[in-house]
Design a protein around this ligand. Structure first.
Ligand SMILES: Cc1ncc(COP(=O)(O)O)c(C=O)c1O
Length: 400
């Protein structure tokens, strides 16, 4: 009998972290490596937020808080939902966790029973299926290819719903594709959901603020208020405020679900870091000016990467609406052999050969449930991006 649990054998470690680790090892060994595999902004946390955390420490605000968040932060979150999403939540409907990740796992653990199905449009953020498995449910990936802009269509959603479907996980703009749903596109999905009252919506709005051109973000309960009683609206400070290491995520939803999530959190991690909560109050209530400034840089980098990758042989890169990822198709490179003598049969082969032979780290599409593609994160300097895309272009030109 194994010492380790059966549940553990159902999940795999995060492939994005594995790729980043491999890149770090090569770098430590002296190789010139450009990492485009990590999912975090390269910008620093804004000073006003850091100062709020320092002030909290100095004022002795260093003790436990309520398990799912202190009142000041819950108020700031309610105000944010009202101001930016036209959603009205009371503090009792708010849960604050250690990153968006904890909010998601709390919600799934609080609701899934064996056999319950969770629809996950693919490509998906790597953690969704494994979190569903850890919680005892059945992930049901639903392929959404480049022909629909990597977006779920109402027809595909309708066909995927079964009597066992408990949740749809919705993520716009998306990690890994950057695809964002317009109001009209989302409205059509909500019309399907209205016909299936047993399906709940877990919307991951983590990249809400990272949108470019004239794209307008919207969230399911805002687009269709009739879905509000069965929607968990999840968000966090990690991406928009460059606060990945502070570990604060939050959600608004029905009181019964929020209370169930609190029960789990109170018996696992208790409250998220008190100092980070004070920093997040400032993030949400303070100036938002740097978001627009950062987005100018992100948009410039997106355009640079899309244009350079589309010049590489065998790569086809759509222009996404948001986040800081692009998800180019690399089918034209497969079946060929690299200069280093590696036969590229899969997108994983492509990524490994690219890293070994050029030092550029990207993540293979199979990790996100849709091949053949790679995810390129452009949350790094323009110079590094130009260098990386040039190396990718040379790598593709060398394939035979
Ligand atoms: C789509 C998506 N949701 C949730 C998260 C988790 O965010 P956090 O770092 O706040 O746990 C991430 C982080 O990569 C993400 O990309």
């Amino acid at each position: 009998m194994s010492f380790l649990s059966d549940t553990l054998s159902r999940v795999k470690p995060s492939p994005t972290i594995a790729m980043t680790t491999k890149a770090q090892e090569l770098k430590a060994a002296g190789k010139s490596v450009i990492g485009l595999s990590a999912g975090e902004p390269d910008f620093d946390t804004p000073d006003n937020i850091k100062e709020a955390a320092i002030a909290a420490i100095r004022a002795g605000k260093t003790k436990y808080t309520a398990p799912d968040g202190m009142p000041e932060l819950k108020q700031a979150i309610c105000a944010k939902f009202a101001r930016e999403n036209s959603l009205s939540y009371e503090p009792a409907q708010i849960s604050v966790g250690t990153g968006g990740k904890q909010i998601l796992i709390n919600a799934l653990m609080a609701t899934l029973n064996p056999g319950d199905e969770v629809i996950i449009p693919a490509p998906f953020w790597v953690s969704y299926p494994d979190m569903v498995l850890l919680s005892g449910g059945e992930p049901k990936p639903l392929p959404c290819g480049p022909e629909t802009g990597y977006k779920l269509t109402p027809e595909a959603l309708e066909a995927a719903i079964t009597p066992k479907t408990k949740w749809l996980i919705f993520n716009s703009p998306s990690n890994p594709t950057g695809a964002g749903y317009t109001w009209d596109e989302l409205k059509k999905l909500t019309e399907v959901l209205l016909r299936h009252p047993h399906v709940w919506i877990l919307t991951d709005d983590m990249y809400e603020h990272l949108v470019y051109d004239d794209f307008k973000f919207c969230t399911p309960a805002e687009v269709e208020p009739a879905l509000y009683p069965r929607t968990l609206t999840m968000n966090g400070v990690s991406k928009a405020y460059a606060m990945t290491g502070w570990r604060i995520g939050y959600a608004g939803g029905p009181v019964e679900l929020i209370s169930a999530m609190r029960k789990i959190q109170s018996q696992t991690t208790s409250n998220p870091c008190t100092i980070s909560q004070w920093a997040s109050v400032e993030a949400l209530n303070g100036t938002q000016d740097f978001i627009a400034t950062n987005n100018i840089a992100f948009k410039r980098r997106r355009d640079l990467v899309v244009s350079m990758l589309n010049q590489a042989e065998g790569i086809d890169c759509p222009t996404p609406e948001g986040a800081f990822y692009v998800y180019p198709q690399i089918g034209g490179c497969l079946g060929k052999t690299s200069k280093g003598g590696k036969l590229l049969s899969t997108d994983e082969d492509f990524c490994n050969a690219l890293l070994d032979e050029t030092g550029v780290a990207v993540v293979f599409g199979a990790a996100f449930g849709l091949s053949p593609a790679v995810r390129v994160s452009y949350a790094t300097s323009d110079e590094a991006l130009k260098d990386a895309c040039t190396r990718i272009g040379e790598f593709c030109a060398g394939l035979r």
